[in-house]
Write a protein that binds this ligand. Structure first.
Ligand SMILES: [Zn+2]
Length: 90
């Protein structure tokens, strides 16, 4: 197993010759995202803005369904936010 150069630098810098890193050298930051949090965040987006970023996925004579997919930049989890708009018939 090769050792990440930064681990070697750490060993020297902090005088820790036995310091090891795990087989996976990339550090995965813990993510606290959840569907609830993402949906709550997107509730702040106005209807006007939402229609611009979202995709119209379904439409019938009475309503339109817009769908937006949000991928968490931290952990990569994908969330789908949907909004329905009723079509007003003048
Ligand atoms: Zn996340």
């Amino acid at each position: 197993m090769s050792v990440c150069p930064s681990v070697i630098a750490f060993r020297v810098e902090f005088d820790l010759p036995l310091l090891m890193s795990g087989p996976n050298l990339t550090i995965q930051p813990g993510c606290i995202c959840s569907e609830e949090k993402v949906k709550k965040e997107y509730e702040k987006v106005s209807d006007e803005e939402f229609k611009q970023i979202a995709r119209l996925v379904n439409k019938n004579s009475t309503e339109e369904l817009y769908c937006y997919k949000f991928r968490c930049h931290c952990c990569g989890e994908l969330y789908t936010i949907e909004r329905r708009y009723s079509i007003e018939h003048p």
